[in-house]
Design a protein around this ligand. Structure first.
Ligand code: HEM
Length: 450
């Protein structure tokens, strides 16, 4: 009967069981599905339409290249609306999406990004200086504070002062509310979460909006030269030559915050979890940083962290609007096709020994468009991909030029969901020490985990 027979086979367990597995242990769940059903399978969760997981690079290419009226990633992101607002690039599809994306793209070009590095370095070096030394500590929260500060300074263009402090305070609370798993289910946002939590959220959001509109207003009136993202957005024009409205600017700034803050913090947290367990990689990084000549190995290390631990295990689910065939399989309107980064990144036919952490694999040839997809792909590819990689580079360089990363125990950190990102369960526990002048002997290798 109906769709079940038409979609690629997948687990038959009740939706509630699949939903719990997907949220609580996503990697083993995906591995089990692939072992049983192959590279293409359907999972069914409570709430969204069926998700057809795809992980064959040829199929990913077809998916990312499909015309904008056939697949709609924007529709699936509606849970973000209370924070990002209705103009958000992340919620739109087709022409409206393209228009908004075109306004934002110039701000994220590589060369524009480089102009932000000085400020990113300054913020990173100051934060890193105050971190605890010589005892195991969790760094995820500290990395969140750091990535929030970097966004507020380089994207919102806030200078140190009262407005920055007020904004930081409210946004930290909003992001914490957003991190509760229940807040991810739209029907629950107002009802169950409802009551006091919803009211607190609404109040904080209104206060933030007031601060943001004030900022936008002020910045529109002054004509100073600035390199921040808001400055670029203030210069952007719609096709009919009008400027972006204050509401549009507000919505896109909040979008950049929501899309760019926890993702980068979690990805850095995985770098913290992984690096102390890879003494050879750390030694090579330290050498490269001390030489100061190039950053090829640091770049490759970041690419490998993103391969091994894509904090969004899949790109935005694309809702099928018109029938489409991918890899010869027909998909009817109403289902979602989902590019699965975790699975393509751990396909032994693509990456030899996929569970090993080996930056060297990216040294010769950079990552492939359809085999390395931590930032998704096609016309929805992450707008902040260069921003995020630059930021990770700057933060890791600030840390590694000052400290050694020691592992607090032999245990690996399992995963946990924080909102939509997958992060290290113990919050990235590491022992930081001032760098010693003589190299330490390598620590013994240890087994790898899924
Ligand atoms: C390591 C950090 C990050 C990761 C892993 C990441 C990953 C992603 C992914 C997987 C998507 C969906 C792409 C698709 O469905 O094809 C996305 C979209 C997006 N990201 Fe990122 N992101 C990161 C950091 C950032 C940063 C720092 C910013 C901005 C400052 C940002 C802004 C966006 C925006 C605006 C979109 C929506 C693009 C659209 O719909 O057209 N991201 N990101």
């Amino acid at each position: 009967m109906g769709m079940r027979d038409q979609l690629p086979p997948g687990p038959r367990a009740p939706k509630i069981v699949q939903t719990i597995a997907w949220w609580s242990r996503p990697h083993p769940f995906l591995e089990r599905c692939r072992a049983r059903y192959g590279k293409r399978f359907t999972i069914r969760l409570i709430g969204p339409p069926p998700f057809v997981m795809l992980s064959d690079p040829e199929e990913l290419k077809e998916l990312f290249k499909a015309p904008p009226d056939v697949l709609h990633p924007g529709e699936g992101a509606v849970i973000l609306e209370p924070v990002v607002g209705t103009n958000s690039v992340i919620l739109l599809d087709e022409g409206a999406h393209l228009e908004q994306r075109k306004l934002m793209l110039p701000a994220f070009h590589g060369e524009k990004m480089l102009r932000l590095s000085g400020l990113m370095e300054e913020v990173a070096e100051r934060e890193v200086e105050s971190w605890p030394l010589n005892e195991p500590a969790s760094f995820h929260r500290r990395l969140q504070a750091l990535t929030l500060e970097i966004i507020l300074r380089t994207v919102f263009g806030l200078d140190a002062g009262d407005r920055l402090d007020a904004m930081r305070d409210r946004l930290t609370q909003i992001l914490d509310i957003g991190a509760r798993p229940l807040s991810m289910i739209p029907q629950l946002q107002r009802n169950v979460l409802g009551g006091p939590v919803w009211h607190r959220f609404a109040r904080l959001r209104d206060e933030t909006d007031r601060l943001l509109f004030e900022l936008i207003d002020e910045r529109r009136r002054e004509d100073s030269e600035r390199d921040d993202v808001l400055a670029m957005l203030l210069q952007a024009h719609h096709e009919d030559a009008t400027e972006m409205s204050a509401q549009e600017l507000r919505d896109e700034l909040m979008t950049l915050l929501v899309a760019g803050h926890e993702t980068t913090a979690s990805e850095l947290a995985w770098a913290f979890e992984r690096l102390p367990r890879e003494p050879q990689v750390l030694a090579r990084l330290a050498d490269e940083i001390d030489d100061g000549e190039d950053d090829a190995y640091l770049t490759a290390t970041i690419q490998e962290v993103l391969r091994r631990r894509p904090v969004l295990p899949n790109a935005a689910p694309r809702l099928v609007k018109k029938p489409i065939e991918i890899g010869g399989w027909p998909y009817p309107p109403g289902v979602c096709v989902v590019a699965n980064a975790y699975l393509v990144h751990h396909d032994p036919a693509i990456y030899e020994d996929p569970y090993a952490f080996r930056p060297e694999r990216f040294l010769e040839d950079g990552p492939g468009t359809y085999t390395w997809i931590p930032f998704g792909g096609g016309r929805r590819r992450c707008l902040g991909a260069s921003f995020a990689q630059l930021e990770m580079k700057i933060v890791l360089r600030a840390v590694l030029s000052r400290y050694e990363l020691g592992r607090p125990s032999d245990e690996l950190e399992l995963t946990r969901r924080r909102n939509i990102t997958v992060s290290p369960r113990l919050g990235a526990r590491v022992v930081l020490r001032e760098r010693s002048p003589t190299p330490r002997p390598p620590e013994p290798a240890e087994p790898v985990a899924i």
